[in-house]
Ligand binder design. Structure first.
Ligand code: ADP
Length: 446
């Protein structure tokens, strides 16, 4: 319960207790005062008693016509009632017989030592105390009612205020969601709270940011693809239009240039499709236990002519004959091929590339991995470019990469392939010295 509500509740309880206490005190006080008043005016009380007893005796032991009788000491008592045989036979003053019976001072009347009636009386002082008591008794319920009403109003206002406060973040969140639905850019949900609403809001905010980010990436990807497709298409279009305009036959150089561009287009389309499927998790990976050493030997065969072309010294160092990994061979081969062809591409003639494969135990992951390290003595990658090289279409050096025919998707595809096999790729590089790409894949134990 909130402090404010506790205060209201305890205040109301306190008011009710004070009322009850005052009622109790008034009640007790009244009887004390009544008896004290008797002691103070005892003579008058006793004289009145005697007068009534004398009347009874002199009236032939009867209360007949007592209501018409005059009693001298009755002037000191504004309220008197005489009860004989259970019924009031004499009464003076405004107070009813019942009230006096309950609240008046009782004087028992005797004749010949026999109880003949009871007098209930109040002198001025007693009457005042009684009037104060009855006034107090009549206002207390009103005060109680008022405090109850006050409590109800305060509770109602508190509930209204609290529910308004509670629904305010919900309203803000709903407004934010509606803005997101309408496609408003950069929607922020302004709920900065430490409770559940704050958690919902920040989760929604994160989701929205992630969606906005994904949307940005998708748009960027589309525009990159369009850009990449445009150049080869324009070259092909230009060559063919020239043939159409001049009627001159295509030289074999032009034909091979067009073929190059067509191949480039087809490679690009193939890579885009492949990467999209990998990223969407739509690629039907069918991994099975396979010897990685065989994949590495296959890789060497596939790249032999490229290495020879650039007279690059290549060494392959594998610690074991058999390293079993759960994999789809083609996918792992594709990833390693992309990394190794990059190494060849970015290494100058006569350079050096080393491939090393060995087991490593990662205590943090409690698993054994095979690390495949491909180290080149190439141009290296700058610190600024390093975090981005796995991004789609990212090229550290556009001018140099373009004529090479790289699609800018090679590393992105390699990374998706390795991630799909529960592995990862690490890179270290230094401009002018070369790069080291290390692929980690989990080994099948046993
Ligand atoms: P590309 O088709 O341009 O090679 P990748 O995705 O394979 O596309 O590589 C992205 C970028 O990373 C390359 O453009 C290049 O700038 C950089 N890169 C990748 N591998 C190497 C390497 N071994 N040495 C230097 N730069 C590299």
């Amino acid at each position: 319960m909130k402090i404010r509500n506790k205060l209201i509740l305890s205040m109301s309880i306190m008011i009710v207790f004070i009322m009850l206490f005052l009622l109790g005190v008034t009640h007790v006080q009244f009887y004390i005062d009544r008896d004290l008043a008797y002691l103070e005016e005892k003579a008058a009380f006793e004289s009145l008693r005697e007068e009534f007893e004398q009347y009874y005796t002199s009236n032939g032991h009867s209360w007949d016509n007592v209501h018409a009788a005059e009693f001298v000491h009755s002037r000191f008592f504004p309220a008197i009632v005489l009860i004989a045989n259970g019924t009031p036979v004499y009464q003076q003053g405004q107070l009813s017989a019942d009230v006096l019976r309950n609240e008046g001072y009782k004087l028992a009347l005797f004749a010949d030592q026999k109880k003949v009636g009871r007098l209930f009386v109040m002198n001025d002082k007693q009457l005042k105390t009684y009037e104060f008591k009855s006034m107090w008794y009549s206002i207390v319920p009103n005060i109680a009612k008022a405090s109850l009403l006050f409590t109800c109003i305060a509770a109602f206002l508190t509930i209204f205020f609290l529910s308004w406060r509670m629904t305010s973040p919900i309203r803000k969140i709903i407004k934010g969601i509606n803005d997101i639905k309408k496609g408003k850019p950069a929607v922020t949900l302004p709920v900065q709270r430490k409770d559940e609403f704050g958690a919902i809001s920040s989760a929604l905010q994160e989701m929205n940011d992630a969606l906005a980010n994904a949307e940005r990436t998708r748009k960027q990807f589309l525009s990159d693809v369009a850009h990449e497709l445009k150049t080869p298409l324009m070259i092909i279009q230009g060559e063919l239009e020239l043939v159409q305009e001049t009627g001159a036959p295509l030289s074999s150089a032009k034909q091979s240039s067009i073929l190059d561009e067509v191949l480039r287009l087809s490679r690009l389309v193939h890579d885009v499709l492949d990467l999209s499927k990998l990223e969407a998790g739509m690629t039907d990976l069918r991994p099975g236990p396979g010897n990685l050493v065989e994949v590495l030997e296959n890789l060497q065969q596939k790249t032999e002519f490229l290495l020879a072309d650039k007279q690059i010294r290549f060494s392959m160092n594998i610690a074991e004959d058999c390293i079993y990994v759960s994999m789809e061979k083609n996918r792992i081969l594709q990833a390693l091929y992309n990394i190794l062809t990059n190494a060849i591409h970015y290494t100058n003639h006569g350079g050096q590339i080393r491939l090393q494969a060995q087991r490593v135990y990662r205590p943090d992951l409690e698993h054994e991995y095979i690390s495949i390290k491909i180290e080149d003595s190439g141009v290296g990658i700058s610190e600024e470019d390093l975090p981005h090289i796995f991004n789609r279409f990212y090229r550290a050096d556009h001018s140099r990469s373009r004529p090479s025919g790289g699609t800018g998707l090679g590393l992105a595809i390699a990374q998706q392939n390795i991630l799909a096999h529960r592995g990862w790729i690490e890179v270290q590089s230094e401009i002018g010295k070369g790069s080291v790409f290390t692929v980690y894949l989990p080994i099948i134990l046993g």
